[in-house]
Design a protein around this ligand. Structure first.
Ligand SMILES: [Zn+2]
Length: 574
């Protein structure tokens, strides 16, 4: 049976030319080698998976090659190159400071530094994640870094340049690696697919690339996964299914709904997205990015900035042609505000729905067929070129109207060629009037009937019991139930409870369902004062997270028995 090699390893670059996405940097390195102007220490900076270690290895191989080509590349066939390519060269020593950051590790390496090469010209020492060296290790290393033997070259690499101390920075030639663009990653994956006899839709590769977030190595390992599960035929559908990515078709349908002022449709699409198990905040951010891309697609100047396959570009340019810039700015602003308010919102689904309703609004007031009494948002129609200002103003009495009225008093100059789809919104002062409009709307939507606040007493055990019954009645929400099973609410004080979870992802998942959970608990406990917050387990203490000491102090304050217990045993709380 054929031995399976992961693509990231199999297609690891072996020449500078095959390094993906760093052409300027690799050609500088090649020139330095060709003209024999080598520094004794280099610092390679950049996020993970951008080719730092690959470049360091190629560099080490090239400066030791017996027959370097005229292009400055290693020949890849001399003895030295073979040793390098087969991983048995003694002229390359790698130290991973992330796992070996102690003074003993550095001392062992310094001993190695003293040994001259038995063949070839240089010995190259690569220290990965150099910022993680302990102080002691670093001090032991500094002298060697300052005056290494002539045959030694250090290549230090880091993902966090700002953590590298100035004493190191000043002794190194610094190379900053770019994040790899989606286009470069797609091109490289297309190449790999071709070599492997795999068919791959560029749109699917773009999804993989954006998931990899600038790291080629990650892109290739995701590529392997998707290729394996889609049996060598990577389609857009197989990629988004595998990677749990929301199909951009949903965003497109939403934009159509916004432009058509179709609130029910927008809410239905949002429901479909939730039903597919997508987190609402993730959705809001995805929508924001999509709208941002539409904005880029609107102008030939910014179109090249769009990192999507050509087919999608055409589609986005078409959508952009139907959107007013004011609408796009406002839409991004609304998404951003929703994102910022998300964690605090007691009812997250409502927050997102409100955002969608607002997104359906800006284009809603009819411009040409005005006067049909479409309700509260009429003042925006006042900006329309063919409508008398007074007519609109009568619909609203907020101060915004005074502002709009003044603006409208200016003669409306431009005629609107296609009133049906595009230009329903003409906003000389878009921020002002829209904000006021939104304000009015918010009041309307949030105005709730006052009702009696239930305050039946309950025990901690009751809270735990209902916590479990919530899990039972939502057993299909596997992720949520798994998280809930591993934590349970603890009383902070009064009706305030808290659950501590493992990480940010769990926080956002629980937060996403917090509205439902709290409503369930309140109804079950028949107490509307019950509240629940989500915090990180053992995380860095945030304002909401108490230290153990605070918790104990609080327990003493609120629990006389515990206080007496501590006193009885003469315990000291540290
Ligand atoms: Zn060679």
């Amino acid at each position: 049976m054929e031995h399976y090699i992961v693509s990231a390893r199999k297609y690891r670059p072996s020449t500078f030319a095959s390094v993906v996405g760093q052409p300027a940097l690799t050609s500088t390195l090649k020139n330095a080698i060709a003209s024999d102007r080598l520094a004794h220490a280099y610092l390679f900076c950049g996020s993970r998976g951008v080719g730092k270690t690959s470049c360091a290895r190629i560099f080490a191989k090239t400066i030791n090659c017996e027959n370097p080509g005229p292009d400055g590349e290693a020949c890849n066939c001399c003895n030295s190159c073979n040793d390098f390519n087969e991983g048995r060269s003694l002229n390359i020593v790698e130290l991973d400071a992330a796992s070996h950051n102690g003074v003993d590790d550095i001392r062992a390496m310094i001993e190695q530094v003293q040994l001259p090469p038995t063949q070839g010209r240089y010995r190259v020492f690569i220290i990965d994640e150099v910022h993680m060296l302990s102080n002691q290790a670093f001090n032991a290393f500094l002298k060697t870094l300052e005056e290494p033997p002539s045959y030694v070259i250090f290549i230090l690499a880091t993902t966090e340049k700002h953590k590298v101390i100035p004493t190191i920075l000043s002794r190194c030639q610094i190379y900053d690696f770019n994040r790899i663009t989606i286009r470069d990653m797609v091109d490289h994956m297309s190449y790999v697919a071709k070599q492997e006899g795999i068919t791959a839709d560029p749109a699917a590769l773009a999804v993989i690339a954006s998931k990899a977030d600038g790291a080629m190595r990650d892109a290739l390992s995701i590529f392997d996964q998707v290729a394996a599960s889609s049996r060598g035929n990577i389609t857009y559908q197989s990629a988004i299914d595998n990677l749990n990515v929301l199909d951009h078709a949903y965003y497109k349908k939403l934009i159509d709904a916004f432009l058509a002022n179709d609130v029910p449709q927008a809410l239905v699409i949002y429901k479909q997205i939730r039903d597919k198990g997508f987190d609402s905040q993730f959705f809001v951010n995805g929508l924001a990015l999509y709208i941002r891309d539409i904005m880029l697609a609107a102008s030939p100047h910014t179109l090249p900035l769009l990192e999507v396959p050509d087919q999608l570009k055409t589609e986005m340019a078409e959508i952009a042609s139907r959107c007013k810039p004011e609408f796009l700015y406002k839409a991004m602003d609304l998404c951003n505000t929703t994102d910022l308010n998300y964690r605090q919102a007691a009812n997250k689904q409502f927050l997102v729905e409100l955002m969608l309703i607002k997104l359906c609004q800006p284009l809603s007031p009819s411009q040409s067929d005005s006067g049909d009494g479409e309700g509260q948002l009429k003042p925006i129609a006042a900006f329309s070129s063919n409508q008398a200002p007074n007519q609109a103003v009568t619909y609203q009495q907020t101060e915004a109207v005074q502002a709009t009225a003044q603006t409208v008093a200016e003669p409306a100059a431009r005629p609107e060629p296609t009133p049906a789809v595009t230009g329903r919104l003409r906003l000389p002062t878009p921020g002002l009037s829209l904000r006021k409009t939104a304000h009015v709307e918010t009041e309307t939507v949030t105005a709730a009937e006052p009702h009696e606040i239930r305050s039946t007493p309950y025990t901690d055990d009751a809270v735990i019991n209902f916590w479990h019954s919530y899990m039972q009645s939502h057993s299909t929400a596997h992720l949520l139930v798994n998280i809930m099973r591993n934590c349970q609410p603890e009383r902070i004080d009064g009706d305030r409870f808290r659950v501590a979870v493992e990480n940010d992802i769990q926080i956002s998942l629980v937060n996403d369902n917090l509205g439902n959970i709290v409503t369930y608990m309140r109804n079950s406990l028949v107490n509307d004062n019950f509240s629940l917050e989500v915090a990180l387990k053992d995380g860095p203490s945030s304002p909401k997270t108490w230290t153990e000491r605070e918790v104990l102090a609080h327990m003493r304050r609120t629990n006389p028995q515990f206080d007496a217990f501590v006193d009885d045993f003469n315990m000291t709380l540290l």
